[in-house]
Design a protein around this ligand. Structure first.
Ligand code: KG4
Ligand code: ZN
Length: 348
């Protein structure tokens, strides 16, 4: 079964053709980073406009490069929640038009759940060997832990009470004077020779004895104070970013990264004690982070859990994961009609 997937929830316009949920024939992603960089974050209006301009070309490329024709497509899938509403509407409208004109089913897919399918792309691991799983989504918009009994059967165990981890990475990068998106920039800097990840002791929030929630805003503020000093009367900082020398900058990036990863591992350790899990499924842009990938590997090896990490190209937003999860919904006999709605929130 060939599924054409569409993703437009934030700042990536993406389309992909995936066979039987696992075999990725094409995965086209048109990123808008250059549009939003000067604002230091995603501007929703600009994102919608860029999606509208790019979606047709991206779809065409995905189908043509897959070596198939539109009449061979068996279903059209679209990430319809959560995300920026104007951005989602571009993908949802395109998917409706395509499914209607081709006369094939339309499948709405939850973007967060799709991130947890990304690790299964390209693998032939039977689902019976995956679930029950712990699901970890670490992205620019979400930091959540789930108990999963199937790709679409999830129970939220914990999530962030303030910033998402990727958002914290992006803000930390802004504080350190690095570009947007900041995650890859901090990851690179922290890996430079000589970077000392214990140079500055940054806080790891625990939020009480049993909480499985995350909080990253304190970490971000602690980094700000480490860079610019504690503000005095009138909120004036004693230092500017220009006073940061390159080696201190490296140390701060590495220290931030260490604290962010420790926060994730700390909550995962707690979550793993709430039941029996075959695997740890991970997804979202921050699952591309080199230290997090390594720390997760070491931890799962130690406790004897199977780790399923997405390939690097499937960590950030993409449409292959959308088409992949849609295949599972279709297998369950589920599809949507033209009444499918885009929704900014995660719950239907
Ligand atoms: O999953 P994603 O593409 O979008 C959302 O669904 O939010 O995630 C984007 C986030 C950004 O915050 C970006 O800085 C972060 O993923 N990111 C990284 C890395 N690559 C991307 N964070 C840390 N290390 C990386 N290597
Ligand atoms: Zn995402």
């Amino acid at each position: 079964m060939l599924v054409l997937g569409i993703e437009s929830s934030c700042d990536e316009t993406a389309a992909a053709v995936v066979r039987d949920g696992r075999e990725v024939l094409t995965n086209i992603v048109a990123s808008q980073h250059e549009i939003h960089a000067e604002f230091g974050g995603v501007v929703p209006e600009l994102a919608s406009r860029a999606h509208a301009e790019r979606i047709t070309g991206v779809l065409q490329e995905a189908v043509e490069q897959a070596g198939v024709t539109l009449d061979q497509i068996d279903a059209v899938a679209v990430g319809h929640r959560p995300g920026l509403i104007g951005a989602l509407l571009v993908g949802v409208s395109s998917a409706k038009a395509l499914s209607w004109s081709l006369g094939v089913p339309l499948v709405g897919v939850d973007h967060i759940r799709a991130h947890l399918w990304a690790g299964l792309l390209g693998s032939d691991l039977a689902l019976d060997n995956v679930y029950p799983a712990l699901g970890l989504v670490v992205s620019g918009g979400h930091s959540s832990i789930f108990r999963m009994t199937g790709p679409n059967d999830l129970e939220l165990l914990g999530s962030t009470i303030d910033d998402a981890i990727g958002e914290a990475y992006d803000k930390a990068a802004a504080i350190l004077g690095l570009g947007h998106p900041g995650g890859p920039a901090i990851d690179r800097l922290a890996r430079e020779p000589g970077a000392d990840d214990r140079a500055v002791d940054l806080p790891v929030s625990r939020l009480g004895k049993e909480s499985l929630d995350f909080s990253f805003s304190g970490l971000k503020t602690a980094l700000l104070y480490a860079v610019r000093g504690v503000p005095g009367p009138g909120g004036i900082f004693p230092r500017t970013i220009d006073e940061l020398d390159p080696s201190r900058k490296r140390d701060l990036a590495a220290s931030f990264q260490r604290a962010a990863c420790r926060a994730v591992l700390f909550k995962l350790e707690r979550a793993s004690q709430t039941g029996a899990f075959r695997t740890l499924l991970v997804g979202g842009g921050v699952s591309a982070n080199s230290k997090l990938r390594n720390d997760l590997k070491v931890w799962t090896d130690r406790i004897g859990m199977n780790l399923i990490l997405p390939e690097m190209s499937y960590c950030v937003d993409n449409a292959a994961m959308i088409a992949g999860l849609a295949f599972d919904r279709l297998q369950q006999g589920q599809a949507d009609g033209l009444e499918l709605r885009a929704s900014p929130s995660a719950t239907p």
